[in-house]
Design a binder for this molecule. Structure first.
Ligand code: AMP
Length: 399
């Protein structure tokens, strides 16, 4: 496993990204000179059958990588980047992993009980296999560490909030960072001078107000439950609803958690969490699906308006992730009839299907509307690589 001494350091141009969830392990290998994806794969159902645990999942990934011509012992591998969900207030930047970092991440598990333990397991098995290699954790919350205190604070008793770590951390940060930069490139304006409302609309969904490449407000909060309506999550509800569910509905804490995280959103309103099905049924006249779509788009619209007010001047609204990249209906409905805010979507451009970053606003639209496919793994690779090795050889090639 140790690298051959003949490999000069300058040749280490590859980065492996691991995204370790509770029952799955995703991996992608990049050439950092070009941003090219050399190999990728997904090991699923960890702990449910033949794949006993994360250690075995990583061994399978390593075998698949080796079959593609790149072992885990690849001498050109410079770094392993790990997706990490919750960095709390402790981790606000990509972080070189050591025992102390792993211990600190374990302490943060109370804030992300579903995600952080799985991330840590992935990190530990990767460190056991390649203890010689720099490994970097890239946190979903980190991009939002620049939010002003006024955006991060909930208006509740300060002592209680501080004791329990109750504040707005935000999520999807890696995606928002990537899309904000790619949008500035698309507009041809420097990132530092570009203000963007990024709409990450996937199975989970969040909006971020980005001023000059920095997050100044975001719709997810202490947990990924706040903000937009999502596939199975409610997003914003009156906190009094939770009290009512407990007092009058007799529901337990776990029952409320399950309802709001897993049985709400599009699933709760219309019985399906996939926006393709919701849109198809709405178009066929299904009233519940129509209402679900309207709730979804109205919530997006409200956050766009709010973040235009937060930013003062907005150059672009950028749609990304599964729904944002693919649903012309959601984009059109969310931004319909907003010329008073300087937003005009061009119906023909909006209808074009493409995987390239593109503008869908009219020439007259003061605020540009963009569709920018996200690439969280490449962003993790880039951040991990530059921490471990210094800036990538040709940063302008790596988007
Ligand atoms: P993500 O979490 O970014 O992978 O997004 C996944 C979600 O994107 C799926 O649950 C679908 O609801 C949605 N999606 C994917 N393709 C389409 C499409 N063509 N139209 C509408 N929604 C889509």
């Amino acid at each position: 496993m140790s690298e051959p001494t003949t490999a000069p350091a300058a040749e280490k141009t590859r980065a492996l990204v691991l995204n370790s969830g509770s029952s799955s392990l995703k991996y992608q290998l990049f050439d950092m000179r070009t941003g090219e994806r050399l190999a990728q794969g997904l090991v699923e159902r960890i702990g449910e059958g033949p794949v006993a645990d994360h250690a075995q999942a990583l061994e399978i990934a390593a075998e698949e990588l080796a079959a593609a011509g790149y072992g885990l012992d690849d001498p050109e591998l410079a770094v392993i980047g790990h997706r990490a969900v919750h960095g709390g207030t402790r981790f606000t930047e990509p972080t070189l992993i050591d025992d102390e970092v792993v211990a600190e991440m374990a302490k943060l598990a109370t804030l992300a009980p579903l995600h952080n333990p799985a991330n840590i397991t992935g990190i530990e098995v990767a460190r056991a296999l390649r203890p010689d290699l720099p490994q970097v954790a890239v946190f979903d919350t980190a991009f939002h560490a620049t939010m002003p205190e006024a955006a991060a604070r909930y208006a509740i008793d300060t002592a209680t909030a501080d004791r329990l770590g109750i504040r707005r951390y935000g999520f999807h940060g890696t995606s928002h960072a990537y899309v904000a930069r790619a949008t500035a490139e698309l507009l041809g304006t420097p990132l530092a001078e570009t203000n963007t409302v990024v709409l990450h609309l996937g199975n989970g969904a969040s909006a971020t107000a980005v001023r000059g490449g920095r997050s100044v407000d975001t719709s997810m909060g202490m947990t990924p439950l706040e903000g937009l309506a999502m596939g199975t999550r409610s997003g914003d509800v009156d906190p009094g609803v939770l009290l009512h569910l407990a007092r009058t509905g007799g529901m337990s804490t776990d029952g409320i958690d399950e309802l709001l995280n897993h049985r709400s959103g599009m699933l709760g309103l219309a019985g399906a969490n996939d926006m393709r099905e919701i849109t198809r049924r709405a178009e066929a006249g299904d009233a519940a699906a129509r209402l679900a779509l309207d709730v979804y788009c109205l919530r997006v619209r409200k956050y766009v308006g709010a973040y235009m007010a937060v930013l003062g001047r907005v150059d672009a609204v950028a749609f990304t992730a599964g729904v944002g990249e693919n649903s012309a209906a959601v984009r059109a409905t969310s931004l319909a009839e907003l010329p008073s805010l300087g937003i005009e979507v061009d119906p023909e451009l909006n209808a074009v299907r493409s995987t390239a970053p593109r503008l869908i606003s009219t020439a007259a639209s003061r605020v540009k509307v963009a569709v920018v496919p996200t690439d969280e793994e490449l962003e993790i690779a880039r951040q991990a690589y530059s921490l471990a090795r210094g800036p990538a050889p040709s940063p302008s090639d790596i988007r």
